[in-house]
Design a protein around this ligand. Sequence first.
Ligand SMILES: [Zn+2]
Ligand SMILES: [Zn+2]
Length: 419
Amino acid sequence: MSFCTSTVSTSAMFNTALQGTFEVFHSIQPLRHIYTIFTKSSPQVTVLYCFWLYFAGSFTFDIVHYLLHQCSKSSFKILRSLGYLHQVHHFYFNSRLKFNEKYHWQNTCLELPLELACQICGAWLGWLIAHTVGFTEEEYPIWDLFVFLVVVQSVRVLVVIVENGHDSHHISYEPMVPKDNRWFLVGPQYHALHHVDPNAYIGSTIRLFDWILGTGSSLRSRRITMTGSSGAFGQAMRNQLIAEGAKSIQELKFRTDWTYDDYQSVVPILINTDILILAHGSNSDDSLKANCESMIELIEIFKQNRKAKSANDMLLPEVWYVGSEAELHPLWGSPTMQSYSRSKRAFVPYARHLYSDPSLLYRHIVPSSFNSSMGSAIVSAEWAARVAMWWIKRGARYVPVTYTGLAYINYFKFRFGKD
Ligand SMILES: [Zn+2]
Ligand SMILES: [Zn+2]
């Protein structure tokens, strides 16, 4: 009985305290005004509208950010001067992910106000769009929320200025930028990649801009080594890589550089490799050795021996494996096809392990059948390489190259399934 009385009195005291706090909150004019703004329409509409304004602001900054990088490469002095407004930010937090105090004030006086101005202009455009499509001030507090966002963004920039330009997006990673497991939002790892390679990873809050422009990966100036480069897909992929500005493309030829029993000659080549592309394959008797065992052997040698060159040593090494839709559907077809499918399936558990390996970035390419010496199909190897590159430029680590749709469905099976 005494316990119940005590519980009731505690609850009553809590309610009284809550009521008191609420009354104090309401007696302060600015807080009461904020409360009115946020309760004028339903919480869902208010939250969605706030996101809309925020993303409109950050997307506008992404566009200006990209254009300023283009300006800084221009042959016209006036455009280069314009690009300098943002270049100072890269001088301040450089490609080694270190702060250079020499540019502290230029970053504070040029970059931070520019970023704030873009955020405000973009959010204002967001308000204008909302207003135009029928969100009226009478029903929704859209202008008041815009003003609230401007205040919040201004306070944020002031805090960054007080913190000497240091914020949660600028972290000095060593010895290289760690793997980023986010897929949509931009975190400090993603932004660090932009400082390492300013041509890519432009997005500041979300990755939408990089998805649209295909600036979500870093291929320029990378040293690439390929197996199967004389095959149909290998040749087509080689052309794609040259177009993307790869620094060098070395070949690893079967029987010349390696055999199933001897991998010694690949070591000096893999030491000087940033991206290892495994595009060889077989549908003959040696399919298990070709499509699974040799792949694992080459990847392990790459992991153990690869040495970064200073220009690229902040970026994770990458492995791209050219798989097949055959690896993910039930075994059917001729005995040869079944053996091919079995060899591809045998690699999948190791591929899943690589997917979460923090020491490298693994991309699993899953093409439908294409025209090659292994058989004819309705699409060309050039189409397959072009689609694979389209995905990779948008940051995809599971790369569906499909006209059947099977690779999309099997994304979940690949990521979460068990053999
Ligand atoms: Zn930055
Ligand atoms: Zn930049």
